[in-house]
Design a protein around this ligand. Structure first.
Ligand SMILES: [Zn+2]
Length: 457
């Protein structure tokens, strides 16, 4: 069974090679998928998943990695029947383990969390129960969360902060030194078209058809998953719903969806350490301002830049500007490749490229939005710290975390985000103002000569 998993993993394209959206956009009718990957019964698979049988052969699907998919189909065909049965039975039990008795949930914890990530202790039952309920009917919980914790004043405050960061970005694009005029114009147009969503979506989900039974944890989880899958199926053949969100309001996170040219900030990220409505604004600019700038910059990172103002894959770059971007991105990648937060394990600069460009853009934008907010007034010191120092500290506070070495290693090999310490230090040492703010000099650990600093957004 492990041999089968290993064989499947080996034919998959490595993560750092899947970042080019043009390479992984491969729409084709199911009939063609059946031709390029004939070793698997796609009709049976897709109709079992709930796609209508009628017109299936002509239905277009995006086959992200045609060669990888064909190779996986070959591996599955070559596997013996007993192995396949055991493999599926294992995954059924593994996926269900959280909802089952201690024998299952402890075994799952021992392997998935303890062995793979070095976690010492299972989180308390109430936390796991909340997580499961959140997964099954997150929008119902979100509605209660917003009513309790997200006053309209917070929505107004954040919306105006987003507008401030956006106009700082506008300004930076206008003064950008490496883009030519036609590309600059197109970039400004894309920025102007950003859809900005804050707090919670315009409409809530209706869960009245979801059956929840007391004492039936596993049944509830299965019905919850089926309900969510049916929601996805209902979107087939309908126009895109631009009001639907990809994260619930109680999620401490934010995202940029390049296919919608939209950035979304759920209500739960709008609290300390990201944002404190009563706190020091310089810290807020470094924290939530940096995060807002991060999400905006994603629209212009190595992936996002391939999408236009309407979210279509469309090359709006001149050759010269595209080459200039690539050169800067390569230099930034080399900086991250050189980082070794765990002895023997380096950051993968290519796999983390989009996040690194967004971090660097985000911190620059947070800092500039803070400067713009002063309108020429001198900055005041708070607790002996200058405004710029507080902006940088605000950014650093957001990424404070503790990692076990195993978890960190796993993150560095598979996650598109660099480790937190790298996310704080790398963007800062590419910004000139950081040297002035903290008096960083040649010979200091994080010193970069001015011509070595990479400035993208
Ligand atoms: Zn990001």
């Amino acid at each position: 069974m492990v041999d089968l998993e290993t064989a499947l993993a080996k034919v998959e394209i490595p993560r750092d090679q899947t970042r080019d959206p043009l390479k992984i956009y491969n729409p084709m009718p199911v009939s063609q998928l059946q031709k390029i990957a004939p070793d698997f019964d796609w009709t049976a698979f897709l109709t079992t998943a709930g796609l209508p049988a009628e017109g299936l052969a002509d239905r277009k699907v995006d086959v992200r990695e045609p060669e990888g998919i064909a190779a996986m189909a070959r591996v599955l065909k070559a596997a013996d029947y007993g192995t396949l049965q055991a493999w599926l039975a294992f995954h059924l039990a593994d996926n269900a383990a959280t909802y089952l008795s201690h024998d299952f949930s402890d075994a799952s914890f021992d392997f998935n969390s303890k062995t793979l990530s070095g976690v010492a202790q299972q989180s308390p039952r109430w936390k796991r129960a909340t997580r499961v309920t959140n997964g099954a009917m997150g929008w119902a919980i979100g509605k209660i969360y917003v009513a309790r914790y997200f006053p309209p004043s917070a929505q107004a405050q954040i919306t105006s902060l987003v507008q401030e960061v956006k106009s700082s970005f506008h300004d930076r694009l206008e003064h950008n030194t490496w883009m030519d005029e036609p590309t600059r114009k197109a970039a400004l147009n894309k920025l102007d078209h950003f859809a900005i969503q804050v707090g919670y979506p315009k409409k809530w989900w209706d869960y009245s058809n979801l059956v929840v039974r007391k004492g039936d944890v596993y049944g509830n989880a299965v019905r919850g998953a089926a309900f969510n899958w049916q929601h996805e199926l209902n979107k087939l053949d309908k126009p895109v719903d631009r009001d639907e969100w990809g994260m619930t309001p109680q999620t401490v996170n934010a995202y940029n969806d390049p296919t919608m040219n939209e950035i979304v900030f759920p209500a739960a990220i709008l609290q300390p350490p990201f944002f404190d409505p009563k706190g020091d604004m310089a810290v807020n600019y470094g924290a939530i301002g940096g995060v807002i700038g991060h999400e905006m910059s994603h629209g212009f990172d190595d992936q996002g830049r391939h999408y236009d103002e309407h979210g279509r894959l469309n090359d709006w770059w001149s050759k010269a500007s595209s080459d200039a971007f690539q050169k800067l991105a390569d230099r930034l990648g080399a900086q991250y490749d050189a980082q070794e937060p765990l002895p023997g394990t380096h950051v993968n600069g290519k796999m983390t490229m989009g996040e690194n460009i967004a971090d660097s853009g985000g911190l620059n934008l947070g800092l500039q939005a803070y400067h713009d907010s002063l309108h020429g007034k001198p900055e005041t010191k708070v607790h002996g710290l200058t405004g710029d120092q507080r902006v940088f500290l605000g950014w650093a506070q957001v990424w404070r975390e503790k990692d076990r070495p195993d978890a960190l290693r796993q993150q560095m090999l598979s996650n598109e985000h660099a480790p937190a310490v790298t996310r704080v230090n790398m963007p800062a040492h590419n910004i000139d103002a950081w040297y002035d703010a903290f008096g960083v000099k040649e010979g200091d650990k994080l010193y970069l000569a001015p011509d070595q600093r990479v400035k993208i957004w």
